[in-house]
Design a binder for this molecule. Structure first.
Ligand code: 6PG
Length: 243
């Protein structure tokens, strides 16, 4: 598996590069197939990227017509109300500016039970993709090696017949609330997967995960099981890359 690891001097430069890649992927997909499908990631690392998408010059470069052809999904969500500050959906929508009103926004129904919400989201994802794979999946990594809401040891890691599943509240890491998450089947089917990793607190786990991908480890951490059929890019700031 070839991993394209890109290291940038500052978190701002990571956000700029990731935003430029997002826009290039979107324009290419819309030119080729008339629409772009993307799964946003939760957590704090991608927020500066979302902010850049909602501002000039990138916002204008995409243009209103093309924003309307962009389908925003979430790779995972914490089952909390949208008004809760831990909501991945709200954090992204509040940061994306006018993108949030133009794009086709596919929200996970957190008012339902996690199981029902996962079924509904799977239906919505499959109806939108209509047999295609998702164009771009953005991901982060947790200090335990989780990605999306796929935690070490979770049975969700081995689910092959679902695109989206419900996950019990993790006990070892917060927020301790149930989740809904894409499965590895969905993530690894993507045309392009981009990890965004910021800060020295992620340096050790990033090193372990990248080692495991390289060495084809037998029992890899969840993030090391992301080996898409398409392109795999890890974007790190200097602190996250520094071990
Ligand atoms: C979540 C996530 C999770 C996140 C990582 C990194 O809902 O918790 O989607 O996988 O991306 O934990 O989070 P940070 O960017 O905040 O470090």
């Amino acid at each position: 598996m070839t991993v394209d690891v890109r290291v940038f001097g500052t978190p701002t430069n990571v956000a700029r590069a990731a935003a430029a890649l997002f826009v290039r992927s979107a324009v290419d997909a819309i030119n080729a197939r008339g629409r772009f499908t993307v799964a946003l990631s939760g957590g704090s690392a991608p927020l500066p990227l979302y902010r850049l998408l909602g501002q000039p010059p990138l916002f204008n470069e995409v243009g209103a017509d093309r924003w309307r052809s962009i389908h925003l999904f979430w790779g995972d969500e914490r089952c909390v109300p949208l008004s809760d500050e831990r909501s991945n959906t709200s954090a992204a929508l509040n940061t994306l500016g006018d993108v949030a009103t133009l794009a086709q926004v596919h929200v996970i129904e957190v008012d339902e039970t996690p199981e029902r919400a996962s079924e509904l989201y799977e239906e919505e994802l499959q109806a939108t993709l209509d047999g295609d794979v998702i164009d771009l999946v953005l991901l982060g990594i947790g200090s335990d090696g989780h990605t999306a809401s796929l935690f070490p040891g979770s049975p969700a890691l081995d689910v092959k017949d679902r695109a989206v599943v419900a996950v019990d509240a993790p006990q070892h890491i917060g927020p301790h609330v149930p989740r809904v998450t894409f499965t590895l089947e969905t993530i690894n089917g993507a045309q392009r997967v981009v990890f965004i990793v910021i800060g020295s607190s992620k340096a050790e786990i990033t090193r372990q995960v990248l080692d495991q991908i390289d060495r084809d480890e037998v029992n890899p951490l969840p993030a090391a099981r992301v080996r898409p059929e398409g392109e795999l890019i890890w974007m790190l700031d200097r602190d996250a890359a520094d071990t």
